[in-house]
Design a protein around this ligand. Sequence first.
Ligand SMILES: Nc1ncnc2c1ncn2[C@@H]1O[C@H](COP(=O)(O)OP(=O)(O)OP(=O)(O)O)[C@@H](O)[C@H]1O
Length: 369
Amino acid sequence: MTVHDLELEHFRNYQALRVDFDPGVNVIHGENAQGKTNLLEAVGYLSGARSHRTRGDKELLSFDADHGAVRSRLESRGREFRVEALLFRGRRRKLTANGVPLKTAGELSGILRTVLFCPEDLSLIRAGSGERRRFLDVSLCQLRPRYAAALAEYHRLYEHKTRILRDWEEKPSLLELLDDFSDRMARCGAILIHHRARFIRALTQRAGAIHADFSGGRERMDLSYQTVKTVTDPQAPSAALYPQLLDHMASHRRAELEARQCLSGPHKDDLVVDIDGRSAKQFASQGQTRTAALSLKLAERELHQQDMGEWPVLLLDDVLSELDSRRRAFVLERIDGGQVFITCCEEELIDQLQRARTFHIRAGRLEPE
Ligand SMILES: Nc1ncnc2c1ncn2[C@@H]1O[C@H](COP(=O)(O)OP(=O)(O)OP(=O)(O)O)[C@@H](O)[C@H]1O
């Protein structure tokens, strides 16, 4: 997959930008706060109309602008696409591909896939389970459209059930709906667990091998999937998982009513990361945390490649400067193949990336080469 060019209008600190990219490695270089991450964010937005830094589109619009645009010509699965996202303050965005309006943002993920690694990804290892579930969800939504649909439905049901549990004492009639919502959550939840388990199994093999290479064979990383306790084999077909989830919900019915929260279901799942048999969340050093998070992302990238037969676009935000020279060389070797965008502040890194095309950014503008 290749992003050939990008055009931005009133996007973050870019008033107007038009740039052609290299199909290989692109280095976005500049001092702090000049717009490197904003440019990477715009490339990432082409996949799934989603930003890794904000939920709402209005933050993407330049301060004081009431509309903006992201446009690109890109190549995916041997076809060329012209993708456009028009953003408005206070109005729904408009997405099109080759001039045809798109109904959902998911249709954009079907065209372009990206894998991003940014400093915030260290929380993949360090933070609570929510960050790791988000990682699973973002990957799986790109990989499996059925997963994306089940996840959206699960979130909707979760919100409804939470409202029932919150308000049932004031409005006891709501309780009549509770079991139906639990049943539907168990059906959707079974689909999520099945896909998560299979994805984690594939990820374990790849990420473990990458982490071993990364650490020069000195460390071993293991991943395991923690889900609802009554599930005996999470990789089983969703029809087999459904009654097991229902059992768990039934045994937690009273506790949910008392706690006024959904306590049962895959919204509490975790991806457990161990290094040399110990919890990475609790014991990993800063360097180990960075290596483990990066191994997960590089493994995710390889799974996309395996799935589609072509590399997703890799976005590395401010990653290399934090690695020692051996690990940096390892990453540069590993990302050979496919299109890559790397942001950096240091001139010396540019020298190391000899085959790359470099873009110098200052205050939301491209400096002439
Ligand atoms: N909606 C917006 N409109 C205008 N400017 C914005 C908007 N959002 C962020 N900015 C500004 O864009 C500038 C560049 O931000 P960006 O995160 O891209 O910096 P960077 O070059 O990656 O810097 P660093 O090396 O420090 O990470 C910042 O000064 C930020 O305040």
